[in-house]
Design a protein around this ligand. Structure first.
Ligand SMILES: Nc1ncnc2c1ncn2[C@@H]1O[C@H](COP(=O)(O)OP(=O)(O)OP(=O)(O)O)[C@@H](O)[C@H]1O
Ligand SMILES: [Mg+2]
Length: 324
């Protein structure tokens, strides 16, 4: 069995003169949570639709989904995949009827289908409204039901396009926890298209940044941040009583020039800046950090904490997008 849930090469898609995707290639590990990030119009939804077989690419190399060829083994794929995209509920049917209908499409027996629909409605807090028509649902309730629908067939691979759109913070948090749980306990693979960077950072094993139809960066959120920011900064939290460095009664204010002088002996230090509760020191690379810590320990200052500054996915994303 292929280790990859998705393996796609050189996908291009144009809508008349608009180039939505320009030769993108993707690989997603089974059992992982993958995030496709990008600004509005980047091509995320188009990618999801192509990988789903809903839209034909203008040109593409091999596209393998769960080890099956997207165009020649469509039926095998359909049974194993769930999708959340917009407009996929029947408004005139009740919530439970919607789920039962999809259970049937996935080939579940009536009993199985009913059991699963009930579980999912409970999971998303919709059990009390399961007999209401979808047209009477709020936006967030429809979103929850659409996600439940995507999970009805117990799929191996789930595509979620903007899954937390319209969800309140608590519901978003619960959904992310549920995705984590499903990917680790039952080895489901999730492919999530989103621009909610903190959410993606909190659950994704790997991310790709798509902008103007091209993949601009790929890796784990941490790797990505490190690819973008080669500088390495270390934050040193200082006690307020560093009298040798704090002129007068200036509280936390540190006379950094004295520190700079002392630290300048250590050639791995490249820059020093004052921060709210101490200083930030730029070093040549991560390998210099242990020596820096030893150097700081030799100085006569009271340190509360030392930590490497790890740039967030948001920092990396903004830096990548800005350069396009
Ligand atoms: N059916 C279509 N007809 C014409 N152009 C389209 C069509 N679908 C998408 N496009 C164009 O392709 C580009 C990518 O659109 P897409 O919906 O994939 O972006 P997205 O990354 O999902 O954006 P968003 O974050 O706003 O959802 C856009 O320029 C869009 O206008
Ligand atoms: Mg979209």
């Amino acid at each position: 069995m292929s280790k990859l849930a998705i393996e796609a090469e050189n996908i291009s898609k144009s809508f008349e003169e608009i180039v939505a995707l320009d030769q993108i290639s993707l690989s997603v590990d089974r059992g992982s949570v993958f995030g496709l990030l990008g600004p509005n119009g980047a091509g995320k939804t188009t990618t999801v639709r192509i990988l789903n077989g809903l839209v034909k690419p203008s040109s593409a190399g091999n596209i393998n989904i769960l080890g099956f060829d997207l165009y020649n083994e469509t039926q095998s794929i359909r049974q194993r995949v769930g999708v959340l995209s917009d407009c996929n509920l029947y408004e005139r049917l009740t919530a439970i009827e919607n789920l039962l209908l999809f259970g049937k499409l996935y080939g579940l027996s009536n009993n199985e289908s009913f059991k699963r629909a009930k579980e999912l409605l409970e999971r998303f807090g919709l059990q009390d409204r399961s007999g209401d028509k979808v047209e009477a649902y709020s936006k967030g309730m429809k979103q929850k039901l659409s996600i439940a629908r995507a999970l009805m067939g117990d799929p191996e691979l789930v595509y979620l396009d903007e899954p937390t759109a319209g969800l309140d913070p608590e519901a978003s948090y619960e959904l992310l926890q549920y995705i984590k749980e499903l990917s680790s306990d039952s080895s489901k693979t999730f492919f999530i298209a989103s621009h909610r960077l903190e959410e993606i950072e909190s659950i994704c094993d790997a991310v790709a940044i798509l902008a103007e139809g091209k993949i601009r960066a790929y890796g784990s959120p941490q790797e990505l941040a490190r690819q973008v920011f080669t500088d390495c900064w270390v934050s040193v939290k200082l006690a307020p009583d560093n009298s040798g460095f704090a002129p007068g009664n200036s509280g936390n204010s540190i006379d950094t020039s004295l520190l700079v002088k002392q630290l300048s002996e250590f050639d791995q230090v490249q820059d020093i800046k004052q921060s709210v509760d101490g200083i930030r020191i730029k070093v040549k690379g991560r390998d210099s950090i242990p020596e820096l810590v030893r150097s700081l320990a030799r100085l006569d200052i009271n340190i509360y904490g030392i930590a490497e500054d790890t740039p967030s996915l948001q920092d990396a994303y903004l830096a990548i997008i800005k350069d396009i």
